[in-house]
Design a protein around this ligand. Sequence first.
Ligand code: NI
Length: 152
Amino acid sequence: MGILSRIGIALDSDLLKRFDRSIARRGYTNRSEAFRDLIRDRLVGEQTALPDATVVGTVTLIYDHNVPDLPSKLMDLQHEQHEMVVSTSHAHLDHDSCLEVLIVHGKSARVEQFADRLIGMKGVQHGRLVMTVPAKTLAHSHSGNLSHSHKH
Ligand code: NI
């Protein structure tokens, strides 16, 4: 952690009460930590939205393995984009339903496109991409990646 700065924030007291209830439900014992997490979430969101940013993430898929050709199409696409796939985990939820989770990495725009292709496949019932970056890479993004965001 870098040098600690203290800040004061003026907040509507109703808003603060609601915030305190919300963080208590989430198990925070410390308001400062809740604020830090909110700020990091915002910064991670901005970072992963940059097409050239290097990100890690997960793609979660629910599908019916009886849909003709679907399992092999999903597998083919993952092999085609193997540089982006770190690992996969598969669970047979019931007789028909499969849950697959891929750990992915690469440039944000390419990861998103890959996830969209997987999720958009006919027979995939639900899918979700979550992209993130380690917090320490946020510290290095102030000039480099942000300035690249507008050149495409
Ligand atoms: Ni299965």
